[in-house]
Design a protein around this ligand. Structure first.
Ligand code: NAI
Ligand code: MG
Length: 783
């Protein structure tokens, strides 16, 4: 059967461009600005190479003006009631709905993606996002009573889903009461500018939303701007890492949604025809320029040949061409530079031994197109199996057993999404928790919804967009720490004991894999009592000790599959054993820190209570069941982060340490702990409590020494997945900067002083959230 062309008319979009004389300024403080001195650049239609419009490049002074407008608009916007903000978001949703055809056509023209996708997927998701978040605005005060917005936030988005990613960023930001400066990608600024116009039409107060256009440099100016309280970025891992390093020295909140190399796993008992259709959607949707594209096919050996041959038959039938033709499956690649990148990677794949099979149809003569491509015989370590190609290229590998499938799937620096295809729901739900990814689609792929969080593990970034967890990324706790954190000065021994103190013969060793171990350095450090007498000695831990501790923590990963009930039991046992030794700890705290007996008792008692809290929460930090608009459910599971490094505060050495350790343990993480240096003996005394409480070996490891030095080693270690640092501004900045390698999930006190006795600040769900990451598992049902 032949198709005749079924083009959607671009007239509506060209009329709109004409109305603006195909030249756009920056949308700042509710008005269009065209500074005379600013550079302009053009945006083109990738399907034809034709220029669509000229757009203004925002430089330093324009970025400053936009940020200032957002900053000034914040107090009033924040002072509105949730209901008032909800009305604006609702009005935005209605307007987009009204103009949906214009948006769909304009998006297709500017980006090269098919009208079928913009009309049926992008724009409906955008509308849904604003409606859903109008609801979060409406209920903000009751749903998030402990939280307040951040202020003016900066948002930087890529070109692959221009309007959709705009909505993922703007809707939660505004719903939470923040004001926004958004920069669309240089290839695709037009729908963001149309969106700005719509916001102005519905009367959104000036300065609440500012849209500035420009290249990476404009984004970089935003990242460095001191008045933006958060940067939300979607784009390449390379730039994400750079942004993380550039914001390390600030208390800007940061969420990163980065690249991926998502596995598409087909088991032999899958409905193969559905799986093939899913695969088409996974890798040829939006020409494969999708961060969560199912670009790595992992197929069980017994059905591999069948799948490959059916896939080729299906691929041959794909229609590639004019994006505005309603019957096209695939449109144009964003730009020649991207096409070259794809081409180069495909050639490299062939050089590395992959076999290539390509769609044989005729590509349009003009414009930027790349044929659907399949690479088979790909080895797991090869470049094309590891690197994000961001184009219509599928790599294929085989596996024999479910375990091997999981191993191959996780053999990636990324962790954005995975599809699992099997008619055996037992098998799928067994595999889903083992995949180190933020989203799992069972017997489906590329499902998105405003109510369901989206975001990655590992180098795919951190933070979630959508749903409850997405809202939290635009809020902060009302009761934030304040005051500058200072490490206590180390004392030297000034008081020498006349009688021989037998305690001193003993150097408190490190605690690694449930064994007391001598430090690799062979050196020890003195710990001095408040009165200047020597309290004892601790091991001087170094890089090697941290490595051993991380290895032990890694081996103890079984802790995460211990049932929450059993974890709770062990935590209660810790509390009980600490209480048994309450006098011993009280004396230690009094002597070491010089606090009164009353204060020391309070610290021990509060510590016991805190352990009880986390024992209680261990089996109560449950996930959610979402009901997105599909026949199916999405399970939001709270999962542990993995191996966590924790750098403890000096003050309240027992309570401070336990306030950090316990939520991490309750969530199922294993921990390498760096206790307070001046009061380390409070931590080393705690070994005995751990030893008598049935805590499995390797779940808690303690390395004593210098916080900055050991914190940096933890930050750089690729097997550490999460890092919490309470310390000075320098320690916090250091931790953020040096942990960008594997994009650790990080929390720091940003150099501020926490009050460990304040339950609101230092205890509870917020800490369970910090110790967890959310995985959403989509499960469709019905025939
Ligand atoms: P990119 O990461 O450079 O650009 C994304 C956004 O960040 C754009 O708005 C850009 O102007 C801005 N930007 C660039 N440099 C910046 C900086 N130093 N500071 C602040 N903002 C900056 O991605 P690009 O160049 O468009 O594509 C390069 C590759 O990245 C693609 O081939 C693809 O592999 C990958 N990519 C992945 C995406 C994803 O969603 N996973 C999205 C876009 C690109
Ligand atoms: Mg364009």
């Amino acid at each position: 059967m032949d198709y005749s062309p079924a083009p959607e008319s671009p007239d509506l979009a060209f009329e709109w461009l004409q109305k603006h004389k195909a030249g756009f300024g920056l949308f700042i403080n509710g008005k269009w600005h065209k500074p005379k001195t600013a550079k302009v650049f053009k945006t083109v239609n990738p399907a034809s190479g034709q220029k669509l419009a000229a757009v203004t490049e925002a430089g330093k002074s324009e970025v400053d003006t936009a940020v200032k407008a957002a900053k000034l608009a914040f107090p009033k916007w924040n002072a509105l009631s949730g209901h008032q903000r909800a009305r604006y978001l609702y009005a935005i949703a209605r307007q987009i709905q009204k103009h949906s055809r214009l948006f769909a056509v304009l998006e297709s023209l500017d980006n090269g993606k098919t009208i079928r996708e913009t009309r049926d997927i992008d724009i409906p998701l955008v509308i849904r996002h604003f409606y859903h978040h109008a609801g979060w605005a409406q209920t903000l005060e009751s749903e998030f009573p402990e939280h307040t917005p951040l202020g003016a936030v900066g948002q930087i988005i890529p070109w692959n889903f221009p309007l959709m990613l705009l909505s993922w960023k703007i809707a939660p930001a505004l719903a939470a009461g923040n004001t926004v400066v958004l920069k669309p990608a240089e290839f695709t600024p037009l729908t963001a500018l149309l969106f700005a116009e719509i916001c102005s039409q519905i009367g959104l107060p000036p300065g609440v939303l500012n849209v500035i256009t420009g290249p990476g440099e404009t984004g970089s100016l935003m990242v460095k701007h001191p008045d933006l309280k958060k940067i939300a970025f979607t784009g390449s891992t390379e730039i994400g890492r750079l942004i993380r390093e550039q914001t390390a020295n600030s208390d800007k909140k940061l969420t990163l949604e980065l690249g991926g190399k998502s596995p598409f796993i087909v088991f032999e008992d899958a409905d193969l025809d559905s799986a093939i259709e899913g695969l088409v959607d996974a890798i040829w949707f939006n020409q494969g320029q999708v961060c969560c594209a199912g670009s790595r096919l992992l197929v069980q050996e017994s059905v591999a040949e069948k799948v490959t041959s059916r896939l080729k038959t299906r691929m041959a039938k794909l229609r590639v061409g004019d994006p505005l033709d309603k019957s096209m499956d695939m449109g144009a690649i964003i730009a020649p530079i991207q096409k070259k990148r794809i081409q180069k990677l495909v050639e490299l794949g062939q050089k590395e031994g992959a076999e290539i099979w390509q769609w044989q149809g005729k590509l349009p003569e003009q414009g930027c197109y790349f044929p659907p491509t399949l690479l088979t015989n790909v080895s797991p370590a090869s470049t094309v199996a590891q690197t994000e190609i961001f184009g219509p290229v599928l790599t294929s590998m085989t596996f024999r057993t479910p375990d091997e499938a999981v191993m191959l799937a996780n053999n990636s620096a990324y962790g954005l999404a995975a599809s699992v295809w099997s008619e055996n729901i037992n098998q799928s739900l067994h595999v889903a928790p083992k995949l180190k990814v933020g989203v799992v689609w069972i017997n489906c792929t590329n499902q998105f919804d405003a109510s369901v969080g989206f975001g990655g593990y590992r180098e795919s970034g951190y933070g979630r967009e959508g749903g409850h967890e997405g809202m939290l990324e635009y809020l902060k706790q009302k009761n934030e720490p304040s005051g500058t954190y200072k490490r206590l000065a180390l004392k030297s021994v000034t008081k020498h004991s006349k009688t021989l103190n037998t305690e001193l013969d003993r150097t408190a060793k490190l605690y690694i894999g449930a064994k007391q171990t001598r430090p690799d350095s062979g050196y020890s450090l003195p710990v001095v009592n408040a009165d200047g007498s020597l309290a004892g000695e601790i091991g001087h831990g170094n890089r090697k000790d941290i490595r051993n501790a991380v290895e032990a923590a890694n081996k103890a990963s079984g802790w995460q599959s211990v049932t929450p009930h059993s974890r709770a039991q062990i935590l209660y046992f810790i509390a009980e054993n600490l209480e048994t030794r309450a006098d011993e700890f009280r004396n230690r705290l009094m002597k070491l820190t010089g606090v009164s007996g009353k204060q020391a008792v309070l610290e021990v008692e509060t510590s016991v209570k805190r352990i009880f809290t986390y024992a209680a929460l261990a089996d109560k930090h449950e996930g959610l069941i979402h009901q997105p608009p599909m026949r199916g459910l999405a399970l939001a599971l709270n999962e542990p982060i993995g191996v966590m490094g924790i750098v403890c505060p000096d003050e309240s050495p027992l309570l401070g340490m336990l306030s950090l350790l316990l939520p991490a343990l309750a969530m199922g993480n294993t921990v390498v702990l760096i206790p307070s240096r001046p009061f380390a003996l409070a931590a080393t005394d705690f070994y005995q409590v751990l030893e008598t409480s049935d805590v499995p070996s390797g779940v808690v490891n303690i390395v004593t020494g210098d916080a900055l030095e050991l914190g940096t080693v933890l930050a750089k270690h690729d097997d550490v997945a999460g890092l919490w640092v309470t310390g000075t501004t320098e320690e916090c900045a250091n931790a953020k900067k040096f942990s960008s390698g594997n994009m650790k999930i990080i929390w720091t006190n940003d150099g501020k002083q926490l009050d460990w006795f304040d339950n609101q600040q230092s205890e509870g769900r917020e800490w369970m959230r910090r110790a967890a990451q959310v995985k959403n598992v989509w499960i469709p049902y019905g025939e």
